[in-house]
Design a protein around this ligand. Sequence first.
Ligand code: PGA
Length: 258
Amino acid sequence: MVRKPLIAGNWKMNMTPAESVVLSQGISNRSARGWNKVDVVLCPPAIDLRSVVTVLDFDKSSIEVGAQNVHWEPSGAFTGEIGIPMLKDVGCSWCIVGHSERRAMFAETDMQVNRKVRALVEAGMKPIVCVGESEAVRDKGAAEAFVCDQVRAALAGVDADEAALCSIAYEPVWAIGTGRSATPEQAQSMACAIRRTVRDLVGEEVACGMRILYGGSMKPENAEAFLSCEDVDGGLIGGASLDADDFAALVKTAVDHV
Ligand code: PGA
């Protein structure tokens, strides 16, 4: 099956609303023929979503917008949180879930990740579910078991139609923001294990169609090697998504692969 590549930029806690206009405009200006063959998603901080959507709408761009986090309840007494109806209202159709920074620094659990995934798919939104092992887990030789457990936990209670909305980003914790990416072989072998796990959970068809991304120090210079892997269908890009030229170069690499 031919899967449409997905390139998502995770801006993390960077860019004021004014800066987000400049960056999204810069990326939109660099978009070229063929970009619609790839799902390109910008995930700015929540406070920037409105500005970024406005820029992309004005340009009639095929680039879409995602959030970096969400609460599973639609509304209520959850100070500081953002609900799915708010994201949909602002024009956001994707959402990163379970990023390792949220798991490590904000104590997000597998169970919370699962609640978020279920709430998003019930609302018809598209979760990008992040999984990945620490260096200690990899050194013990337990990376595959750990990551596949995270996948099973994230997708618990999700049926095949709902899972079809999900993508999974394999992001080894030791590769994020370190400049030390995984090897393409490591990425391919984990992506293949993730796809097998998804197949066991929701069947062959959805597993074959699901985009599995690599993330962790992916940049224009190494993107080609990752995107050439049979089971790697795109990237979740942190640092390199903050530079319009780098991000556009990454998208172009994906376009050239279609
Ligand atoms: P990085 O971040 O590309 O800066 O390593 C990736 C991510 O955390 O999603």
